[in-house]
Every structure is written in structure tokens, then in C-alpha cells.
Write a protein that binds this ligand. Structure first.
Ligand code: HEC
Length: 162
């Protein structure tokens, strides 16, 4: 579905540049309407990050690296989609600093544990990253979105075994 939306957006863009015309405000609005929501992309993060846990548990380090990179780029995508959220008070909440905290305290530690093939450090780093996930949700006034260690891989299809 998302691939279809992105393909449509690319086609619209291609058609625009083929005409040599500048993108009109209407076309920009049309393209914006095709973008996925922040919450939609977050469900992708959930998928990738849940699989990451099981890849790490199985000591399948190449797969863990893959799911860590996917998780990071999806969180980054949600920030690009909506860099500033409006809080109930009317104040702005810029998401980039929260992404940076997640990246440095969460992703970097996970990457280190994966590179060193350290299962114990991996478990600790995963817990630490979850704390960063939740910190951003709290800041975005969604404290009830509290991620924890997943009970099963999100993918029924990909083998977690090395
Ligand atoms: C930089 C901020 C930020 C970080 C970091 C972040 N999230 Fe989120 N997440 C959000 C926001 C904002 C929403 C709510 C989006 C909305 O409803 O508009 C959300 C929503 C969610 C949802 C609910 C999606 C739905 O609608 O069903 C899940 C699941 C989720 N995040 C998982 C995670 C996980 C797992 C991590 C860490 C690996 C994480 N998030 C890290 C900002 C963040």
C-alpha cells in the first residue's frame, strides 16, 4: 500500500518535471496528502524493533544489524514527516533533539553490542533504547505508548536463526 502511494507520488512528480512546469501549490498539497502519518510509520518501527530483539536473542548479528538500521531510519522518517508537534498547551515540540537522544543513548549502544557480539550487552542496550522510545512518547503527550520487551517476533516469516 505504502509502496503504491510512494509510486503515485513519484509519478506525479515525474509528470510535473516532464512538463517543465513548476510544482503548483495544489500539486504540493496533493503530494502532502499522500504522505503516511507519523503513527503509521511508527507501526513500522514496532515491526522492525520487535524483530531486532529476536535476532539479537538468536545471536543472528547480521539480521540484528539489518533490523537496527531499519528501526533507526524509520524513526528518522517519522521526524522528517512531522518535525514539530503541537502540544495541548499550544507550545511546539521539536522532535529532532528527542531523535538524537534515542540515536545516541539507544541506537549507538545497540550497535556496539551487535558489533561485539555481546548478548548480555545487547539485552541491556535494548532495554535502554526502549526507555528512549518511551521518553519521546511522553514528551509528545502519549505516555500510554509504553513499549516493552516483545513476546514474539513481529514477522512470522523471517527466520531468526543464524
Ligand atoms: C522522536 C520521537 C519518537 C521516538 C524516538 C520514538 N517514537 Fe514512537 N511515536 C512517536 C510519536 C510522536 C507517536 C504518536 C504518533 C501519532 O499518533 O501521531 C509514536 C507512536 C508510536 C507507536 C503507536 C503507533 C500506532 O499508532 O499504533 C508505536 C508502536 C511506537 N511509537 C513505537 C516506538 C518504538 C518501538 C520506538 C523506539 C524503537 C519509538 N516508537 C521511538 C514518537 C517517537
Amino acid at each position: 500500500m505504502r509502496i503504491l502511494l510512494i509510486a503515485t507520488a513519484v509519478l506525479v512528480l515525474a509528470a510535473t518535471s516532464a512538463r517543465g512546469a513548476e510544482t503548483s501549490a495544489d500539486e504540493v498539497a496533493q503530494l502532502r496528502a499522500l504522505l503516511p502519518s507519523q503513527s503509521h510509520v511508527m507501526t513500522d518501527v514496532e515491526y522492525n524493533f520487535a524483530n531486532l530483539w529476536f535476532a539479537g536473542r538468536a545471536r543472528n548479528w547480521p539480521l540484528a544489524t539489518f533490523y537496527l538500521n531499519e528501526s533507526r531510519s524509520r524513526v528518522q522518517w517519522t521526524v522528517r514527516l512531522r518535525p514539530v508537534r503541537k502540544l495541548a498547551s499550544g507550545q511546539d515540540l521539536p522532535l529532532q533533539p528527542l531523535f538524537d537522544a534515542f540515536d545516541h543513548a539507544g541506537v549507538d549502544e545497540l550497535r556496539k553490542a551487535i558489533q561485539q557480539k555481546e548478548a548480555k550487552a545487547f539485552r541491556k542496550a535494548y532495554q535502554g533504547a526502549l526507555t528512549q522510545c518511551h521518553a519521546c512518547h511522553v514528551a509528545a503527550e502519549k505516555p500510554f505508548l509504553k513499549p516493552g520487551i516483545p513476546s514474539r517476533p513481529a514477522s512470522p516469516l523471517i527466520s531468526m536463526r543464524p
